[in-house]
Write a protein that binds this ligand. Structure first.
Ligand code: ADP
Length: 261
């Protein structure tokens, strides 16, 4: 008796069951489709904005008689800035699209993580110096892990770059590396502006920026953290963030030492 009770199912007819499964599938597909549509709409918008500026600048130059050379130069510089921005968006989008492919396309190698991190900091030092932000690396042990060097470098580099970009003058970014028998850990802590609590859950979304105008000034595309999270998830890793406004932000990353395919 009691076995039957356990597995007894409500009295659905077969057609009802099929139609319920079908409805669920449709709903799921709709959610996927909506988010894809939203993504495409965002991409179009982001790509169009610099183009609109370029067009306005070019038209107004072309429409004037006897443009003084100084004005000409100024407009051309503005155009160059917009082209740089367009380029950055396209580069970020291409990285994101590449990572959307299957994890089997990771190019896994044994990589010295301490060296990888040193190289990232070396590359970012000029921007840090320019903002008078101090970069510090603390390695608690030598780490060798099976990773895709290009993708993970980009992921970690984005975190450090954000630590610099969203910092204050005379601020700092501390990177620490550690490992146990299973994982290695990277934490990127900064003394910067922090992230409001209501935005914390959204910062990994594509194109999401806390303060659109401010981030634009800083030169963000809103794609950096989406790229970072993608790369980390592809490695079966995890990322979390803790932040306090006007105090700073800490990103903590955990990646398996051995690649789990
Ligand atoms: P962006 O290209 O705008 O930097 P990201 O995807 O890298 O895009 O980050 C999304 C948003 O999250 C940023 O625009 C910024 O508002 C916020 N953010 C990211 N990292 C930090 C940080 N270390 N400190 C404060 N805010 C941050």
């Amino acid at each position: 008796g009691y076995l039957d009770e356990e597995i007894s199912v409500p009295d659905y007819t077969e057609t009802e069951m099929i139609s319920s499964v079908f409805n669920k599938m449709l709903k799921k597909m709709k959610v996927l489709d909506d988010s894809r549509q939203e993504f495409v709409a965002n991409v179009s918008h982001e790509l169009k904005t610099p183009m609109t500026s370029i067009k306005v600048l070019a038209d107004s130059l072309a429409g004037q008689e006897d443009v003084p050379v100084e004005l000409y130069k100024e407009f051309m510089q503005d155009i160059a800035v917009e082209i740089d921005r367009e380029n950055k968006i396209i580069t970020d989008l291409l990285s994101l699209v590449k990572m959307d492919k299957k994890a089997s396309e990771l190019n896994i190698e044994k990589v010295n993580i301490n060296e990888l991190m040193e190289n990232i900091l070396k590359r970012l030092k000029p921007i840090a110096d320019k903002k008078k932000v101090e970069l510090v690396l603390e390695s608690y042990r030598p780490i060798v892990a099976e990773i895709d060097e290009v993708k993970l470098s980009l992921a970690l580099s984005n975190l450090v770059e954000n630590g610099i970009k969203y910092n204050v003058e005379d601020g700092w970014v501390h990177v620490t590396l550690n490992a146990d028998h299973k994982y290695f850990y990277v934490s990127v802590e900064d003394s910067g502006i922090g992230i409001p609590q209501e935005s914390i859950d959204r910062i990994f979304e594509r194109f999401y920026r806390v303060d659109k105008s401010h981030s634009r000034e800083i030169g963000g595309t809103g794609l950096g953290l989406a790229i970072t999270r993608n790369a980390i998830v592809m490695h079966r890793g995890a990322i979390k963030v803790k932040s306090e406004e006007h105090k700073g932000t800490t990103f903590s990353v955990r990646i398996p030492l051995n690649y789990i395919g």
